[in-house]
Design a protein around this ligand. Structure first.
Ligand SMILES: Nc1ncnc2c1ncn2[C@@H]1O[C@H](COP(=O)(O)OP(=O)(O)OP(=O)(O)O)[C@@H](O)[C@H]1O
Length: 250
């Protein structure tokens, strides 16, 4: 088990956002968090990266309490891609190399450079290597931020709506790469997604969050018309298409 979340509660000021959230993510697993707008998905990811600290409950990474780790130790273990990012006057290569920073002692080594080149190739970003981030399209920038998190080689990778700016081809490519990385490197990947059908295609397990509470958690069997209606308040059918369940609003 890489990630164990036990009874996490979080409030902004006195407004409760997460209530008794508990789940586990195994190595090699792509775990998808789904839920209505404002359900607390991003807040949960920020707790998992210790950007914010839960009021109660505990989060364990490889059995070690997140709250006992130093900032550097968290950065070595947890990669995080936020929902929004802004371009800056840094080249794509340097931005991805920044992902290696938690592992670099004095100066970047040939190994760090090789990892960056490998990640850029996997995400088909090589031609942009020397471009500045503020000269990229929204989708290209999103891929660079994901590349930086992959270069970090975390044990736990947290992605907040990683495909929101990507076209159809890039959505599939990026999720395929992330899934392969999870399997091959035996890391845990937690992805917040709005597209249930994309989640159904790539995720191994699902957490349905409604207004800060777990509504359901499990494999494809939890993606039922009842659960989707309960979380999103919209009637749907679940059809099979090429062996993959597809959620269709009715
Ligand atoms: N910094 C903050 N201060 C106060 N309240 C906040 C803050 N950030 C989020 N909230 C509130 O906490 C709740 C959960 O927000 P969060 O962003 O985690 O939801 P979400 O499930 O990621 O939503 P979405 O699908 O719309 O991105 C919302 O009601 C939101 O208004």
């Amino acid at each position: 088990m890489i990630l164990s979340v036990e009874g996490v509660e979080f409030s902004y000021n006195s407004h409760p956002v997460l209530k008794d959230v508990r789940f586990e993510v195994e190595r090699g697993e792509l775990f998808s968090i789904l839920g209505n707008n404002g359900a607390g998905k991003s807040t949960l990811l920020r707790c998992l990266n210790r950007i914010i600290r839960p009021r109660t409950g505990s989060i364990l990474i490889d059995g070690v309490k997140l709250s006992d780790l130093s900032r550097l130790e968290v950065a070595r273990r947890v990669g995080y891609v936020a929902q929004r990012h802004e371009g800056s006057r840094v080249t794509v290569f340097d931005a991805v190399l920044l992902g290696r920073r938690p592992h670099i002692r004095w100066d970047a080594t040939e190994k760090d450079m090789a990892i960056v080149r490998e990640v850029l190739a996997a995400l088909r970003l090589e031609e942009f290597s020397l471009r500045y981030l503020d000269e990229l399209s929204g989708g290209e920038l999103q891929k660079v931020i994901i590349a930086r998190a992959l270069a970090q080689e975390p044990r736990l990778l947290l992605l907040d709506e990683p495909t929101s700016n990507l076209d159809l081809k890039n959505q599939y490519e990026v999720l395929r790469i992330v899934k392969d990385v999870a399997r091959e490197r035996r890391i845990a990947v937690v992805v917040v997604m709005h597209d249930i059908n994309l989640a159904l295609r790539f995720a191994d397990r699902f957490l349905l969050l409604r207004n800060g509470e777990i509504y359901a958690c499990g494999g494809r069997e939890v993606i039922t018309p009842e659960n989707i209606a309960g979380v999103y308040g919209i009637p749907v059918r679940v059809e099979q298409l090429g062996g993959v369940p597809v959620v269709v609003p009715v």
